[in-house]
Design a protein around this ligand. Sequence first.
Ligand code: FAD
Length: 484
Amino acid sequence: MIIDLDTATKNVKTADYDVCICGAGAAGITLAVYLARAGKKVALLEAGGFEYSDQSYDCYKGKNTGMEYWGLDTCRLRYLGGTTNHWSGRCKPLDEVDFMERDFFELPGWPIQKSDLANYEAEAKSVVDISGDFTAADISNWTSGKFIPDRYAISAPTRFGDKYRAEIEVSGNISLFINANLIDVRLNKELSSVTELVVMDYGKKRFTFTGKNIVIALGAIENARMLLNCDTQLKGGIGNQSDFVGRCFMEHYNINYGFFSGNPKYWKNMKKGLSLYTDSQFSLEHKIGNGNVSMSISPDPPTGGGRSKELRKYIRNNVCKWDEITELSRKFVDFQCPGDGILGTLMEQSPNKNSRVSLDKETDSFGLRRVNLSWQMNELDKRTIRTIGIELAKEFARQDYGRVQLASYILDENAKIPVGYHCHSIGTTRMSKSPEYGVVDKDCKVFGIDNLYIGGSSVFSTGGGTNPTFTIVELALRLAKHLS
Ligand SMILES: Cc1cc2nc3c(=O)[nH]c(=O)nc-3n(C[C@H](O)[C@H](O)[C@H](O)COP(=O)(O)OP(=O)(O)OC[C@H]3O[C@@H](n4cnc5c(N)ncnc54)[C@H](O)[C@@H]3O)c2cc1C
């Protein structure tokens, strides 16, 4: 059943749910659907409607006070299906090494193992419509054990709102409320349990929802922002007794390593390019994070579209034929010429307390303080980025795949590394063995609150060098089992 709070006038059932889930993105929808299939009565509260609207999106605006990050505005979508309305669908589960205790990281890792999620892998594949295995391109000539072929699968990409809307509409167990903005989480007087959720539509009508269990699944940045805003009963916000809410904001670094020229012997017939991943022995020995490097030859004509397609075409036709002008122009604009060897990266960021989401003074239309994001890189991350780049270039040359021309900031330890990102927000309500180092326990339950759970990548203790959504779905399935 779907109810629009903006137009609902009477008979809105707001009480007595088994589970109230806030946020209908990858995490919230997976959880709601699987709980409902298990016979639980679920209220799914979604801030947006069925498509983009300025009034909903406005709540995502905030401030950047750390490294450049436009993702607050451009990455996140605030309507049914959430950010999966524009995700790309690259999927891969986390590796065993991601769950290992890596004592060179600043903070402890996951309190669970890969085996704790393994049972959910097959079901998670069906959620994101992957039928086969996670596979790697065949690169049988590659002999370096430091970097292994990366195994992954591509989802359609599944738009969670579109895929599950019909099931939700006819389900007797799910009530999906759209235009339902969570604005406060109220606790009992012992401060040990959630008593009600305060929710508003865009006309500022106020509703209170109750359920035996509550799950907050608003996306990693909003999960932290919401807990921090809920500070009228608990100073500093809910779950924040150790000052970890909002801390350890992690992304996957998208670093421009430079270019390579490929040996035609290998590259002439290579269709998909090389997609390599750090071998765990290699990253553990070097005491660095993990990461993916993909290598391909820029085709002519170029593939892809987007707003900059015409500009890229113009540059390729008019600049690429002059080497000197190409080199000069590249100091100002990042572009590729036909035949260029392109290096793509997705690198693990380590948990770092100084990289964080906090609250700004300015408020949104519901009176909630806006987000202030200070994304920070530490010395370990710089070592991860440089070591992977340099060692990969050496292996590439040793095997005569070609030669990599590394960007100067990779070789010069004193240079500033220009940093991009992948719109993967992670780690702001991290999972930990004890409240000393995190916000939720191994079941995703907020420490100290007996019926409050968190869904999404904010619970990741470490992020791996891997896209997060597959793990988000696995965790949601695991939480559905726990709450069933
Ligand atoms: C361009 C792009 C490409 C990407 N590609 C990949 C990829 O290839 N592979 C991958 O694994 N990941 C990818 N991602 C990341 C992926 O989209 C996210 O990991 C995933 O959507 C997160 O799911 P979520 O449910 O935690 O959050 P979201 O999907 O963001 O859902 C959060 C939901 O909460 C709702 N909400 C927010 N605030 C409130 C409130 N106060 N009250 C009620 N509801 C609220 C929102 O409207 C939204 O529906 C990509 C992201 C982008 C932007």
